[in-house]
Design a protein around this ligand. Structure first.
Ligand code: ADP
Ligand code: ASP
Ligand code: MG
Length: 426
């Protein structure tokens, strides 16, 4: 008998009719002979609604109380799904995160899972009962409810699959797999049959919200077979797996984008040891996460220094820098919070050159100027003005022919040059 952890996202449990549809799917899997643990999200829009309620009372509500509030969304759907399963004659039991001892650290709103006691789940399974577990929530050592960050039900599912050594973790959502880019933006986007953990991790961290980053990290670390599937359409979905020789030989597997970027430049910094430290020290002291960093070679003892952050932190970061201009030895600070990041991801970039050139060509043909570029072994990211987001993503999707399954002649050029450390992206 195989053990499967199935997770159903917000749109899949958006109302009672959809919950009944999920119950039918769970029953079908049980009839097919699988043991099942089911994880559910809150109904679509519910977490945002609860967030709004908290914020309507206080602009700075306590993180502890917000977690108590937000975790209620998933408590509704576990009970409704258990009721729907029992109605169909399948014994089921709902469990909150605390009830199945999903122990996390104390970081409210972005807690990390530390351990799971699988006793109750195993007992439920042994009694032929389907456990229905609330996603997105846990409990810290003092018994306080915590939440795992937006999209965190994915992580709950993968963590349960790892703890139970399940045969597969299936993430059911409103798309039938992971696509070459968000199919809502590019209708020609193509479903990938397989994608590597490494690529999925990059896609998720660069903005593809189809899976939470931590879920992918967890699955890679504990070797959990992970599949993304549609709740509403039958199909194979996308398997997230280790790279193997039979996988599609794509140089670029997908395009991710992030709308939440802001860019800040310090002009005329004195070129001295510690210059970067004096700029970014106060920023990190304020708990602001810095993403891309670009520093130019100094000319006549002065240099410019640019970095990007989340748009929500822009005003605070500008305030901190304005107040520290003298100490940093900078002439002035300028910023732009209307920028976005577009990233190409693919393990094939390690062994192929010419990717960056093709990217620059495609964007220039659309009249899009690139503000910043960053590369790693398997990705290239560019920051552009937000008005160019859609045109840029579509142009790159077409330039790399991502709508077609990869074939040899579509590769920019064969790997003739030795692979350099940091990727052959030039
Ligand atoms: P759920 O509520 O089921 O967790 P999410 O909204 O979190 O669903 O994730 C599914 C959404 O992810 C899709 O509706 C799609 O718009 C978006 N998405 C972004 N990038 C991709 C991609 N590369 N492939 C598939 N979906 C993507
Ligand atoms: N309900 C939570 C959210 O909206 C968790 C999840 O859906 O995965 O972020
Ligand atoms: Mg999600």
């Amino acid at each position: 008998m195989t053990l499967i952890v199935q997770k159903y996202g917000g749109t899949s449990v958006a109302d009672c009719a959809r919950i009944e549809h999920v119950a039918d799917k769970v029953c079908a899997a049980r009839r097919a002979g699988h043991d099942l643990v089911v994880v559910v999200s809150a109904m679509a829009g519910e977490t945002d609604r609860l967030l709004g309620l908290g914020k309507s009372i206080s602009q700075r509500p306590s993180a502890r109380e917000m977690d108590v509030l937000l975790s209620t969304g998933e408590q509704v759907t576990i009970a409704l799904l258990a009721i729907a399963l029992e109605k169909r004659g399948f014994p089921a039991r709902s469990f909150t995160g605390a009830q199945v001892c999903i122990r996390t650290d104390k970081e409210h709103s972005k807690a990390r899972i530390e351990s799971i006691d699988d006793g109750k789940l195993r007992a439920s399974l042994a009694g032929n009962c389907v456990p229905v577990v609330a996603g997105f929530q846990g409990v810290d050592e003092s018994g306080d409810v915590t939440t795992l960050g937006r999209g965190g039900s994915d992580t709950t599912a993968v963590a349960l699959a790892a703890a139970l050594k399940a045969d597969e973790c299936q993430i059911y959502t409103d798309v039938d797999g992971v696509y070459t880019t968000d199919p809502r933006m590019v209708p020609e986007a193509r479903r990938l049959a397989r994608v590597t953990f490494e690529e999925m991790l990059e896609l998720a961290s660069l903005g593809s919200k189809v899976l939470q980053i931590r879920a992918v990290e967890f699955a890679g670390k504990y070797n959990v077979p992970l599949r993304v599937l549609s709740t509403f359409k039958e199909g194979e979905g996308t398997l997230i797996t280790y790279e193997d020789v039979t996988m599609e030989a794509a140089v670029v597997s997908g395009i991710a984008f992030n709308r939440d970027e802001a860019e800040i430049t310090l002009i005329g910094i004195q070129d001295e040891p510690g210059a970067a430290y004096h700029i970014l020290g106060p920023i990190s002291d304020a708990n602001i996460v810095v993403d891309m960093i670009v520093q130019n070679v100094a000319r006549e003892g002065r240099l410019d220094f640019t970095f990007t952050i989340h748009r929500n932190d822009y005003a605070q970061a500008m305030e901190i820098l304005e107040a520290n201009l003298k100490r940093m030895g900078a002439k002035r600070v300028i910023g732009n919070d209307r920028v976005v990041k577009i990233s190409l991801v693919g393990v094939g970039m390690r062994s192929h050159s010419g990717v960056a050139t093709r990217l620059f060509q495609a964007l220039s043909e659309e009249g899009i100027s690139i503000r910043l570029v960053a590369t790693s072994e398997i990705k290239i990211s560019v920051v552009v003005d937000e008005k160019h987001l859609e045109t840029g993503v579509r142009a790159l999707h077409a330039a790399f022919r991502l709508h077609e399954p990869p074939q040899q002649e579509h590769l920019p050029q064969p790997a003739t040059a030795p692979v350099r450390q940091g990727g052959a992206v030039g």
